[in-house]
Design a protein around this ligand. Sequence first.
Ligand code: DSN
Length: 382
Amino acid sequence: MDKIMDLIAQEEKYQNETIRLIPSENFTSENVKKALASDLTNKYAEGYPGKRYYQGNKIVDEIENLAIERGKKLLGVEHLNVQAYSGSPANSAVLMALVEPGEKICGMKLNAGGHLTHGHPKITFSGKFFNSVQYDVDVEGRIDYEKLRELVVAEKPKLIFAGTTAYPWILDWEKFAKVADEVGAWLVADISHIAGLIVGGVHPSPVPYVHIVTSTTHKSLRGPRGAIIGVTKKGLDRDIDLAKKIDRAVFPGLQGGPHINSIAAMAVAFEEASGEDFKKYAEQIVKNAKVLADTLREGGLKVFGTENHLMVVDVGLERGKEVAVELEEAGIIVNANTIPHDMGSPFKPSGIRMGTPAMTTKGYVEADFVALGVKIADIVKR
Ligand code: DSN
């Protein structure tokens, strides 16, 4: 047997034998995996349905159209691009479509729970080619919307990202919209982490408030790796060509041939996420996260959160990595993470980040998370 097949088998066993708490990870369905591993991976389809640069795309067009229709219905957007390879290319495409190099953009600071593509200075595409200003969180780790407003009014960015990767609170889309509208900025909701919670009805949707929604499809949404860019009615009301601008930025602006196998797997995941079972799943994710956070707190830890699927736990100055390794040794997989206003750094953070989407997929309920929380608190305090 090819060594790589053996390694895949080992990884599958490892994933199933350990407790997976990285909040951006999940376990996809067999049908999602079937679509990913299908012959669709053999096909080139540069362009969009009905306008391809290659022949032989009759069935592929149907697949992409179905993914688009299902995704639009699920999110309630007017237009959907399903070709972005992942979240970073999706956000890059939005920037390419709407902002010129050197113009001002605004996003949440990385160590406050933001994302690299939301304007993290100097080392990223978004921070290097655009003039980036960033907002922070308060001592509890919550966005200070008044300070955000002051920053936006003073700096007048052309585009604002409302989105997070390590933020345990509900986002107030209306407040974001008021701030963005005050200065006429594009408002982009990056819902990568919470897409599953939104479509499952346990987090408010940004769609009525923002111009654009971006999201990966592999986190709480439980689909394949990939991303979508949605254009809302508010977006089209502002610019009738917005959908075209987004599509052109994805292809040919940034990418070549779309990964049709991923797009088919997205269509599968969108269908799965539109059912009643998924609503129950989303509710259970949030219940489980709350129980885990409460248990850790009862165990004496300082926990940021939670109102959603994740929490950030203060494990002591610069101890995040060391604690994450100790947990890994105990079969519990988390990631080291900065805490709000961390005195350490992204390389030596003082926290760990944990979430419940993956283990909720595995059937974990509140009692399981109480037991897990007690174990984690013991390990952290060792
Ligand atoms: N890497 C993702 C996460 O873990 O949240 C964000 O892109």
